[in-house]
Design a protein around this ligand. Structure first.
Ligand code: GDP
Length: 445
């Protein structure tokens, strides 16, 4: 099953536990699993091949972090490449920052959810961007479609263009833009007629509409549940029209999400929005990282990320322990400790690595540091210059004022932080001495 990709990979690598770096043979074996899983998830073959090559190139020779297995390490790389291929971490917003009225053209096959999506976008732009939206149906063949859009407009509390019998789609589009200009609309959403399959007549019609209105966005709506077919649709529309963005509907279904990966690779157009239900507010910006998790199997990735983070924490903690032992702990280190807010185990964890500090550790734990204070302290430190963090002694009155102003806190709070840091340093130095004594006696802790 697809969901078990992470498990499958882990088992391939289980016997490799403990090796330093990922070898080419190890990676190739894992890639067989990745390839299969992607194909099962409806990713197009050329895209799979390309993807596997990218992961392989990235994975071979990579050092395996201590706290994770090589399999997990590969999954992490697969996850990273998935996110990249899906368009990076952030969602791409609609391009509506052009002079009003902004024409937005909706295209797609019948039943893809195009009309519903037009209504969803209208609602989103009205409520989130405070835009005045006009919806216009250019579907002259299905009076029901025009009526459907008018009803959606009502539900979304936006205007819809009055229906005039006997007009061609281009005439309606032109009338919509005129109305948009005359009546001061910000956005005019043009909902074109769908077809059951792609035909030339449909494409010609859309091309004519586009020529007449010059849309800022040509949004293609595709049904995620149709998998590979959705990708073929996207390719055809893109080749004929050049779409500027894709909306994938029915992501609330159990579509694997593989189509999203192919879609992006084959059309080059970003997936901008995803539909997740029939209701008008069931639409979200496209989040590549969520789709990646879906392709890989959600829970596994979450735990993987946690594991990887633990490793980083631990490695950092070990580095810090060395610094502390040398009496070189500065405010920068303190800030990186503060980052691990909520995991206050870290500081006592570091203490645990130093010899001869049992008592001080108790004292620190007893101090019961409040996470709110830690966050404020982190803000104060981020307002300091690097020089100040490395050498807090240079922080005199005028610098304190600047730091306080920079983070919106009082000089008193800056003083508090510096005092606490000083106490901590003193404690560490003491602890350090104790430790050395302890070592001389030959005992640890
Ligand atoms: P059009 O022919 O492309 O305009 O498709 P419609 O907008 O009429 O949608 C067809 C059906 O799909 C309707 O029943 C919609 O409520 C439903 N629909 C649209 N988007 C979604 C979605 O994201 N999730 C689900 N579950 N249903 C959707």
């Amino acid at each position: 099953m697809f969901e078990s990709l992470s498990n499958r990979l882990s088992s391939v690598f289980d016997r490799l536990r403990g090796r330093g770096a990922l070898s080419e043979t190890d990676v190739l074996e894992a890639m067989r699993e990745v390839r299969l899983a992607l194909l099962e998830a409806d990713v197009a073959l050329p895209v799979v091949k390309d993807f596997v090559t990218k992961v392989r190139d990235r994975a071979v020779g990579v050092e395996v972090l201590r706290a994770v297995s090589p399999g997990q390490q590969v999954i992490k790389i697969v996850n990273d490449v998935l996110i990249e291929q899906l368009g990076g971490e952030g969602a791409v917003p609609l391009n509506i920052n052009v002079p009003a009225p902004v024409p937005v053209l909706m295209v797609g096959l019948q039943g893809s959810g195009k009309t519903t999506t037009a209504g969803k976008i209208a609602l989103m732009l009205r409520t989130k961007e405070r835009k005045r939206v006009l919806l216009a149906s250019l579907d002259t063949q299905r009076p029901a479609a025009q009526l459907q859009l008018a009803q959606l407009a009502e539900r979304a509390e936006v205007s819809s263009l009055p229906i005039v019998q006997g007009q061609t789609p281009v005439q309606i589009a032109t009338r919509a833009m005129d109305a948009g200009r005359r009546e001061g609309f910000d956005i005019v959403i043009l909902d074109t007629a769908g077809r059951l399959s792609i035909d030339e007549e449909l494409m010609d019609e859309v091309k004519a509409i586009r020529a007449a209105t010059n849309p800022a966005e040509t949004l293609l709506v595709v049904d995620a549940m149709t998998g590979q077919d959705a990708v073929n649709t996207a390719r055809a529309f893109n080749e004929a029209l050049g779409v500027t963005g894709i909306v994938m509907t029915r992501m609330d279904g159990d579509a694997r999400g593989g189509a999203a990966l192919s879609m992006r690779a084959i059309t080059g157009a970003p997936i901008k929005l995803t539909g997740s239900g029939e209701k008008l507010d069931a639409m979200e910006p496209f989040h590549p990282e969520r789709i990646a998790s879906r392709i890989l199997g959600m829970g596994d990735i979450v735990s993987l990320v946690e594991k990887a983070a633990e490793t980083i924490d631990r490695e950092e903690a070990e580095k810090l322990a060395v610094k502390m032992a040398k009496g070189k702990f500065d405010l920068e280190d303190y800030a990186s400790q503060l980052k691990q807010i909520g995991k206050m185990g870290s500081i006592s964890g570091i203490l645990g690595m130093l010899p001869g500090m049992g008592k001080i550790k108790e004292q620190l734990n007893g101090a019961n540091l409040d996470t709110k204070i830690l966050k404020r302290q982190a803000a104060i430190i981020s307002s300091m210059t690097v020089a100040e963090r490395r050498d807090p002694d240079i922080i005199k009155a005028s610098r304190k004022k600047r730091i306080a102003a920079g983070c919106g806190m009082t000089v008193q709070e800056v003083n508090q932080l510096l005092k606490q840091f000083e106490q901590m340093s003193t404690m560490m130095k003491r602890m350090n001495k104790l430790g050395q004594k302890g070592m001389m006696r030959g005992g640890l802790g």
